[in-house]
Design a protein around this ligand. Structure first.
Ligand SMILES: *Cc1c(COP(=O)(O)O)cnc(C)c1O
Length: 865
């Protein structure tokens, strides 16, 4: 019989052990091994049984044991030390506190968070990144307020059928059994937010607070009695359900999230965020809610839009079209129009924000959350240099007339939180030998001084841990698939602690090509069974529940790994989660990644491996395109110009086998007289010293603060001061410029000063006559663009020089002049363009307005000598 309701009865700790409760409630334990040691001491046997989940530990440990601990002087002393350490961590000034003019708080919105395996609220890279973002913010003292949803069934756990088909299970999570506290009003009642839905119903939610070190993470939960069944189920699963369900989740995250922040700040006195960061499109409605707030405080829609944009940062995370969130426009119209409309926010303005430049209207019209994200944020970034470039191409349509390089999408490359991902053994060696790296994240060149022997011993320990744990999991998985213990003695010998170990773990969308390694099964078999230089492969990954194709790929891998002759050398570990991830990135010698370039926006698992002394073997995509330097791992040559996908896979797989056979295995097994693989360890050290400082989430956080959060806070402050005077002026200016723009024209361009045969080093004077219509010369910037020209007279990566205004006549014609340096030989060209100018613009492309000569390319002056 099934229970109709479940809940967790919390242990009442004896007064002496009260600090234990505080330690458990702050998720800092998930990256602080000393606190975990203390938990283990509470009851080592129970600690193992609950798989290192501290809340479960407190629920399971006997009252008798707790009474004994309450009398144990030594334990109480250690407990007091740990509690002091946490208090000091929570309050001491850190990097952020040394900055001037940094925002008082930043709201960070994400649909998923990977903080710890014990809080399964993530599906993959996006969530793990969000978790690492919060943890690094905590370590650096960045005052972020996180916002997300609390999924009552989280993401699924994975097991396998006897045929190797993925099985999904959705465990019921009870917030009472998780490290969460309910946000309450002063009178003790739970704080609530409500969103109105069409038809007069409402969506209510309560707010759970997860304390991630110094960072509060607010998680909205719709499973409350005020809601009808549909509304209660809004936060049932991560990425479950169809369009309606997803829209409700996103309304709750964006709109509800802002309301939750307001409630939290009102109740706790936490400062209000000056900057809002939208981590991927899902949370984009937060901008609409903030526009509503401001329009109800008497700003016009356009004025509110400017004020909101200035303080919003949007990060796009995927170049895969299927990864972009889109809704039918009429669904959005139902939510924000009719009897459910907000009186001060016209529905047509809402629809315009999410309209794709080239999608139709009527029934086929789509509302694109990424596009809305870009229109609601003055600052937009991708997550690696290459991804920034790809995103500029993908969204170029939003800024017609501008060159690719000027599309206002920058990039900040992702990073990973070392204390979460780096093996304790490595941390301890580093702490002993290289304290500056651990304490101040610098001094990476010191890695070269590590002894080869120490390094190799630790790599061996981490590999051995992986092998031991993989055998356990392999046996458990086979038992679940129906095998008996008697048939499974082989699992005790599966994998070897001495064999070159390659890891491959990730979600299984098709672009990640889980099965590329199976392209030529005989070659793979040869690598695995090589009598002298064998390799072993450990694989993990979940397919999205609705992705039959992905499940087939997993099954193909399982079928191969099930074969008797290779099953000791290639294993699939079910249920890829943070625990499996940690095990793999720490224990593998080589981290393999073979996405279809350029579809991997960044990728972070390879960074985790690198920090543990693993070497990357990867297609040059995402972060690896940026930081592969020829000596810190291997680049699998990509055939990304080849249009036939089969042929492309064939070429890339073959290059992969070649690399493993000729370079990777060769280097790993090349041992000196003392048994150490010197050339391998040289590469490990180079990996650590070259990548270490770059791949850290702390570096990423600093970049966000300096490049995005602080400028956004500055812009938001400038616009909001004096009753939003600047927001009003800026909105009025934009309107005036947009209306007058059709009359702006480049009428005439002349040059002087170079004669018939232009030579290198000459200076060319440019005079342009511009029709400004109703605008004044101060409203625009006139630029000469110049540089190399291509075959069709197009300027290639042009330079720009600002022209200065000369005369202005009564008809609105102005002359502008300037000098172009002829600084390169060969085909040279120039042109003139006019863009709007205002000191509050973050990029010349911001308004999407530009005027160029009717004859688009500038004259080419022949060839320079
Ligand atoms: C790091 C990590 C990811 C993301 O890794 P990618 O390299 O971006 O695929 C996904 N899932 C888990 C459990 C992780 O630890």
């Amino acid at each position: 019989m099934r229970a109709i309701r479940r809940f967790t009865v919390r242990t009442v700790l004896p007064a002496e052990l009260a600090p234990l409760g505080e330690l458990v409630q702050n998720l800092r334990w998930s990256w602080h091994p000393e606190t975990m040691d203390l938990f283990a001491e509470v009851d080592p046997e129970v600690w193992e049984r609950v798989e290192h989940d501290p809340v479960a530990l407190l629920g399971a440990v006997s009252a008798e044991r707790l009474r004994a601990l309450a009398q144990d002087r030594r334990f109480l002393r250690r407990l007091a030390d740990a509690a002091d350490d946490l208090r000091e961590y929570m309050t001491a000034p850190r990097w952020y506190q040394t900055l001037e003019d940094a925002p008082a708080a930043v709201g960070y919105f994400s649909p998923e968070y990977g903080i710890a395996a014990a809080l399964p609220q993530y599906s993959g890279g996006l969530g793990i990144l969000a978790g690492d973002h919060l943890k690094a913010a905590s370590d650096l003292g960045v005052p972020i307020l996180g916002v997300g949803l609390l999924y009552r069934h989280g993401y699924f756990t994975q097991s396998l059928s006897p045929e190797g088909w993925q099985q999904e299970h959705y465990p019921s999570l009870d917030p009472g059994g998780l490290p969460l506290t309910l946000l309450k009003e002063e009178d003790g009642s739970p704080a609530r937010i409500r969103i109105s839905l069409p038809g007069g119903t409402g969506l209510h939610a309560q707010i759970w607070v997860a304390q991630v070190g110094r960072i509060p993470l607010l998680l909205l939960d719709s499973d409350v009695a005020d809601n009808d069944t549909t509304a209660r189920d809004v936060t049932d699963r991560l990425y479950g359900g169809g369009g309606d369900h997803r829209l409700l989740q996103e309304l709750l995250l964006g709109i509800g999230g802002v309301r939750a922040i307001r409630a939290y700040c009102r109740i706790t006195g936490h400062p209000e965020p000056q900057v809002f960061h939208t981590n991927e499109g899902h949370a984009g409605f937060l901008g609409l809610e903030r526009i509503r707030e401001l329009t109800e405080a008497r700003l016009s829609f356009d004025e509110a839009l400017e004020a909101v944009r200035a303080g919003t940062v949007f990060t796009t995370h995927t170049p895969v079209p299927a990864g972009i969130d889109r809704f039918p426009a009429d669904m959005i119209a139902r939510q924000f129009g009719g009897d459910n409309a907000w009186p001060t926010v016209p529905v047509d303005r809402v629809l315009a924000l999410g309209a794709e430049p080239d999608s139709g209207d009527g029934e086929k019209a789509v509302f694109n959350m990424a596009v809305m994200g870009m229109r609601l944020a003055q600052r937009v970034n991708g997550v690696s240099v290459l991804h920034g470039e790809v995103s500029r191409g993908m969204f170029q349509g939003l800024w017609p007339g501008f060159d690719l390089s000027e599309i206002p999408i920058g990039s900040i490359t992702n990073g990973v939180h070392a204390p979460t991902w780096v093996g304790r053994e490595v941390m301890e060696l580093a702490g002993r030998e290289l304290p500056t790296i651990v304490e101040r994240a610098q001094g990476w060149e010191g890695v070269q001084k590590l002894s080869d022997g120490d390094l190799w011993t630790i790599r061996g320990q981490l590999r051995a841990n992986l092998v031991t744990e993989a055998r356990k999991r392999l046996r458990r998985s086979w038992r679940q698939r129906g095998a008996s213990d008697a048939e499974l003695t082989w699992t005790d010998e599966a994998l070897s602690p001495d064999v070159l170990t390659i890891g491959f773990a990730r979600r299984v969308p098709s672009y990640k090509r889980l099965t590329l390694m199976l392209r030529d099964p005989e070659r793979l078999r040869g690598l695995l069974l090589d009598p002298v230089k064998p390799v072993q492969i450990v694989i993990a990954g979940k397919a999205h529940p609705a992705d039959e194709g992905g499940k087939k790929l997993i099954q193909q891998i399982i079928k191969f790994a099930d074969m008797e002759d290779v099953r000791h050398r290639i294993v699939f570990l079910p249920d890829y989660d943070m625990t499996v991830g940690q095990l793999l990135v720490q224990g593998c010698d080589v981290w393999m990644n073979n996405p279809l370039r350029p579809l991997e926006a960044c990728g972070t698992s390879g960074m985790k491996a690198a920090l543990n002394g693993g070497l990357n073997l990867s297609i040059r995509d995402g972060w690896w395109d940026e930081w592969f330097d020829g000596n810190n791992g291997w680049a699998i040559p990509t055939a990304d110009g080849v249009s036939d996908p089969e042929r492309r896979d064939e070429l890339e797989a073959s290059a992969l086998y070649d690399l493993i056979e000729r370079e990777v295995a060769d280097r790993f097994y090349d041992r000196a007289a003392d048994g150490l693989p010197r050339r391998w360890l040289e590469m490990v050290k180079h990996t650590l010293s070259s990548l270490g400082p770059k791949v850290l989430a702390g570096r990423m956080l600093r970049d966000y603060v300096v490049e995005l959060y602080s400028p956004a806070a500055g812009a938001a402050k400038a616009l909001s001061g004096d009753g939003y005077a600047q927001a009003k002026a800026f909105a009025a200016w934009k309107l005036r410029v947009s209306q007058a723009w059709p009359a702006v024209r480049v009428e005439h361009v002349e040059t002087a000063g170079i004669g018939d045969t232009p030579e290198l080093g000459a200076a060319m004077e440019v005079n342009a006559t511009i029709a400004l219509g109703e605008l004044s010369p101060d409203d625009v910037e006139v630029q000469a663009a110049y540089g190399r020209v291509g075959q069709h007279d197009e300027l290639i990566e042009p330079n720009h020089v600002k022209l200065t205004v000369g005369s202005l006549d009564d008809d609105g014609h102005a002359t502008f002049t300037g000098v172009i340096p002829l600084d390169r030989t060969g085909a040279f060209g120039y042109s003139v363009r006019v863009v709007p100018f205002h000191p509050l613009m973050a990029s010349p492309a911001e308004l999407g307005l530009i005027a160029v000569p009717e004859e688009p390319a500038g004259m080419t002056n022949g060839t320079l000598r």
